[in-house]
Design a protein around this ligand. Sequence first.
Ligand code: SAH
Length: 262
Amino acid sequence: MRVRREDAEVALAELLDLAPGGVEEVDLGDRVEYAVYGPPGELPALPDVEVAIGDALVEIVTTEVEDDWSERWKQFHRPVDVGPLRVRPPWEPERPGAEIDLVIDPGQAFGTGGHHTTRLCLELLLTLEPGGGLVDLGCGSGVLAIAAARLGWSPVLGVDFDPLAVEATADNAKVNGVDVRAEQVDLRNDVAPSATTVVANLLRPLLLQVRFNVVPERLIVSGLLRTEADEIARDYRNRFGLTERQRAEAGDWASVLLLRGD
Ligand code: SAH
């Protein structure tokens, strides 16, 4: 899928709904290309067309590629440094001086820490006093859950509806020597598990559907476009009595820290 740079974040948000496992991003100058890979028969048979997503004109091209993409995608996973943390794939080196070195192999799950929304969650997480239980809703590769466990939260639970994400989170927790439980939960149907602190790097439609039996004291919501953050903050205030305390933004994306009460 190729799209003008100014429309890229919006198109990507839509695309991630269809391909929650993540997409490959290639910089084409004034345009950006997003690629989704799949074996023959598993991708929708799309003609080569131009379609409109919102106001964005998007060009879709389908091609057969050599069977080396499982190696090629590695060049898109670079180390990410946020404060004292480095999040890196196994094939990248430690950052000298990084206090906390996290090795995250995304496998086929979403999340190497590199996406703006993940980074913003890490930034907000670092502003909190660690401690008590934490739940990571939509844990993907487990990057947020594992970072939280290293920072001092306990017990930590990661949930995702994708079995590959549950598996990746459990595997990555083991590699990083932390205690993180991973479970399969579909947040569209099930009540969200809760803890004193919850992080939810999901997209707007799902955030509007999330339900709690026990409302967390501290909740970080992410996966939002800047233009969507006010709506979600209002919705969470009305439904859960949570109040916005802090907002972090990067690119077109926003994350919001919400606290219980006023
Ligand atoms: N927390 C990770 C991944 C965020 S991507 C990070 O910050 O990098 C969003 C995750 O939500 C994906 O792993 C996707 O599989 C999961 N997800 C999407 N819809 C879901 C649903 N209905 N129930 C549970 N998880 C869902």
